[in-house]
Design a protein around this ligand. Structure first.
Ligand code: URA
Length: 237
């Protein structure tokens, strides 16, 4: 049993304060009866209706974040700030975690969700969910790098990499890298093994999701219905 304000705030749609106002205004019903108090305790699987709309107490949330450098892709860390610090308080409590990590100094598209099943499926290499990154290196990239990436690489430290895409861009120190997996520091290690250390890395896409150009660094938004449908399709859900 949990307090009504907590259950509804956990959906990520309202803060606790907003829930209190909704309840006070008589806009919330539980199991068909107008809720009397935000403090009253209910089973989270009860039927909650706000302004006539059924809202599940255990809602799944999906956010697209434009991750800035300087934050770790984790839900908590003893020493360093995490990406969750970019979210308002009511979204910090709905169990969101990053579906796939970006390094602390990497920017770009990060999916935050509390849907464990979806995250697990998107990250499974056999699902072939491509991720595309923009990269800038020290040095110049060339066709030999492209061919080596395409063939699959086994690095000096033993890391085995599936074939990956490397598309050279106009500036010779930049490229687009396409990966189907996400091993620890993978792009940095692949390019370091070519003698071209990464200076800047940004994830642009993840399967059908593309970083929204309207999102500034550090901004986020919920996925649209179409984005969610597309993700569900690649995840086989
Ligand atoms: N590869 C890396 O090296 N770092 C990232 O953050 C993502 C892919």
């Amino acid at each position: 049993m949990e307090r009504l304000d907590k259950i509804l705030a956990n959906t990520g749609r309202w803060s606790r304060k907003e829930v209190r106002e909704l309840v006070r205004a008589g806009r919330v019903t539980v199991n068909g009866t107008v809720a009397r108090s935000p403090e009253e305790k209910w089973d989270p699987s009860a039927q909650f209706v706000v302004d006539g709309e059924l809202v599940s107490g255990e809602r799944l949330v999906y956010l697209m974040l434009h991750k800035p450098a300087g934050l770790v892709s984790a839900t908590e860390d003893p020493r360093q700030p995490t990406v969750l610090e970019l979210l308002p308080d009511h979204l910090k409590r709905v169990g969101l975690f990053p579906a796939g990590r970006l390094d602390k100094d990497t920017e770009g598209l990060l999916l935050l969700t509390n849907d464990g099943e979806m995250a697990h499926r998107l990250l499974a290499p056999r699902r072939h969910v491509d991720k595309v990154y923009f990269v800038r290196v020290d040095g110049q990239l060339n066709q030999a790098d492209v061919d080596t990436f395409a063939a699959g690489m086994t690095l000096g430290d033993g890391l085995v990499c599936m074939p990956a895409g490397l598309e050279l861009l106009e500036e010779p120190d930049t490229a687009l890298v396409t990966l189907r997996e996400g091993k620890y520091h993978q792009i940095k290690r692949m390019l370091a093994s070519r003698g071209k250390p990464v200076r800047y890395l940004k994830r642009l896409t993840m399967g059908p999701l593309s970083l929204d150009p309207k999102l500034e660094l550090g901004q986020w938004r919920p996925l649209t219905g179409e984005e969610l449908d597309a993700l569900r399709a690649v995840a086989g859900l």
